[in-house]
Design a protein around this ligand. Structure first.
Ligand code: SF4
Length: 299
């Protein structure tokens, strides 16, 4: 007799798909100069150690299902809804709007003489076109003997707005501001593409309620993130391991609610950032980091 256990089946399917994805990715070798904006805001040490192959890369099957569900919310809910709205409901004499799903990009930024290759996908790119009316005069005469004039329009792209979508569980209800890792990701999209602003969209998985945060481009903040990417690159090149960034920084403050979000933007200190995200619990390097907080030289 065959027993059907959906809980086991979903884990197996997601693991199988993830393995295919990982195998494909392994074929494309990552270089030290490759920068993935979705990772850049995470603990510097973890990024360098992962890149050095110091973890076996296994991700818990339950977690994989959660990630998969997050992708599903974007692919099957958010993008189709945006696309449907702008194609079928939104109607404006002045503008025409298209939505692009998962727009890939690879953009070079030179930081202190080093070329860094920023790569990734923008979840949803809103493209705004202005409508330019055109008139066509036909020779056909109607019964009144007057030729027909038909009105149409050409379009010209005037603006693009990226939306980064994050699905979230019940922490949704406590969310008062975007997470720093997501903020970094979006700021890199803004800077590399010269976008003026974009949105972080958090969708509650169970109810599809959402919170949206508008993020404006800020050159000073963007530069600091470019330097962060360069620091990580330098560690990879030299074979050094950065200090245990998340562990050290998160110890500095006990009461995270006392530190407003703008503090991070004003000072660009890492402290609040790491307190908020709690990157260490569940990290495979935690025991190593507890014993080795300082930067480690190349052997
Ligand atoms: S345990 Fe914390 S400090 Fe160490 S690598 Fe992981 S996230 Fe970074």
């Amino acid at each position: 007799m065959i027993e059907i256990n959906f809980d086991k089946i979903i884990k197996k399917v997601v693991q199988h798909k993830r393995k295919q994805h990982d195998d494909n990715r392994a074929k494309k070798q990552r270089k030290n100069s490759d920068v993935y904006p979705s990772s850049l805001g995470y603990c510097m040490r973890k990024q360098v150690m992962d890149a050095g192959g110091m973890s076996d890369g296994t991700v818990d099957a339950g977690l994989q299902v959660i990630f998969w569900h997050g992708n599903l919310i974007h692919d099957e809910v958010v993008f189709p809804i945006l696309a449907y709205y702008f194609a079928n409901i939104y109607n404006d004499d002045e503008f025409h709007i298209d939505v692009v799903n998962e727009k890939p990009f690879k953009i070079v930024e030179v930081v202190n003489g080093t070329k860094l290759y920023f790569k990734g996908y923008i979840d949803d790119l809103i493209k705004i076109f202005i409508k330019i009316p055109t008139f066509t005069v036909s020779d056909d005469s109607d019964t009144s003997g007057i030729g027909g004039i038909s009105k149409n329009y050409d379009t010209k792209l005037i603006e693009e707005i990226p939306i980064e979508v994050k699905s979230i569980g019940n922490k949704f209800y406590q969310l008062k501001e975007p997470k720093m890792t997501h903020f970094v990701q979006l700021m890199i999209y803004l800077g590399t593409h010269k976008f003026k602003y974009g949105y972080l969209l958090y969708v509650h998985k169970a109810t599809l309620k959402s919170k949206m945060y508008k993020v404006k481009f800020d050159q000073k903040v963007y530069n600091s993130f470019l330097h962060r990417a360069k620091t990580i690159y330098d560690h990879k090149e030299k074979g050094t391991i950065p200090y245990a960034e998340s562990l050290v920084e998160s110890k500095k403050y006990d009461k995270e609610e006392d530190i407003p979000f703008y503090r991070v933007l004003d000072t660009l200190d890492g402290d609040y950032w790491f307190k908020q995200e709690d990157m260490c619990s569940g990290c495979p390097y935690l025991f190593f980091c507890i014993d080795n907080e300082k930067e480690i030289d190349a052997e």
